[in-house]
Design a binder for this molecule. Structure first.
Ligand code: PAF
Length: 292
């Protein structure tokens, strides 16, 4: 515990639900030292909680935001059924020593008359950007707004949303934002399934089939290590694993140079295999670095 913390860890969580309350509390947090921000849409799992841990290691104070951002969901996507569990989330965050949760209402974030959005560039175009038009415009807009409302020193994101981390870094660079972006490793279940709030949608059979994502990614790693460096061959093998053993509907399998969204034809430097599939009605993404 830092010298600035007050009360036992389990009792010190503050829930703030309006921008006015956030402003009132912010100068006190600021006086304690560096502030770490963990933006989330709630339905928290161990992946989110490890972002909290990273923030607590790096900063005196950790603030988690919980806001299901409608502008990053396309028509027909899962905005309405996205899992919401504020009480459960607060219990998990309290146990993990978070100082403050900012869980604003929709109208407090997007006030009546809101009409400005962040126009994202080529980094947002392929993969998720192509499959979910407008998604990254919504992500960049809400992340910029959260950085303005809760001006922290560092913000923590998970590498599972690989392309999202690149979009956010690009925005921070282009808009000269004074915040450090920390990207934390993917957290997996024991059987390899990447943790995601959307895993809650999977029934038993789909949960089994979803293991094909990790199997496909591991297959790419093994083939690459065995000398198969041709990206088309690797992508075809991953796709086969997803379609045959996972009975998944593949949206994309792409191999990009690590730290970019540029596709490679040959894996002769560190690269990232990125995949998006539908298992039943559930859309899942995952990625894995190979060739390093
Ligand atoms: O990764 C997420 O949960 C969301 O895209 C984020 C960054 C919280 C913005 O709504």
């Amino acid at each position: 515990m830092t010298p600035f913390s007050y009360g036992p860890m389990t009792e010190s969580l503050r829930l703030v639900q309006s921008r006015e309350d956030l402003n009132t509390n912010w100068s006190e947090l600021r006086a304690r030292g560096a502030i770490g921000l963990v933006p989330t849409m709630g339905a928290l799992h161990e992946g989110h909680l490890q972002l909290v841990d990273a923030s607590r290691r790096a900063c005196e104070t950790t603030v988690v935001t919980i806001f299901v951002n409608p502008t990053q969901f396309g028509p027909g996507e899962d905005l309405q059924r996205y899992p919401r569990d504020l009480d459960g989330d607060l219990a998990k965050l309290r146990a993990r020593g978070v100082d403050m949760v900012f869980a604003p209402s929709l109208v407090d974030v997007y006030r009546p008359g809101h009409e400005t959005f962040v126009e994202v560039g080529p980094v947002a175009a392929p993969m998720e950007g192509a499959c979910r038009p407008g998604h990254f415009r919504g992500v960049a807009t809400i992340v910029l707004k959260l950085f303005q409302l809760a001006p922290a020193d560092k913000a923590f994101f998970g590498r599972k949303d690989y392309q999202q981390t690149l979009v956010i870094k690009q925005m921070v660079h282009d808009f000269d934002l004074r915040i450090g972006i920390e990207v934390c490793p993917i957290v997996r279940e024991d059987d390899g399934l990447a943790m995601s709030s959307r895993n809650a949608y999977l029934d038993r059979d789909e949960r089994q089939r979803a293991l094909s994502l990790w199997r496909g990614l591991q297959l790419a790693e093994q083939m690459c290590a065995a000398g198969h460096r041709d990206a088309a061959e690797l992508k075809a093998a991953v796709r086969r694993e997803l379609e045959e053993s996972g009975r998944a509907e593949v949206e994309y399998v792409e191999i990009v140079r690590d730290g970019t969204v540029s596709p490679v034809t040959l894996v002769d430097e560190p690269a990232v295999v990125c995949i998006a599939v539908r298992i039943g009605a559930t859309r899942l993404i995952d990625n894995h670095k190979i060739g390093s």
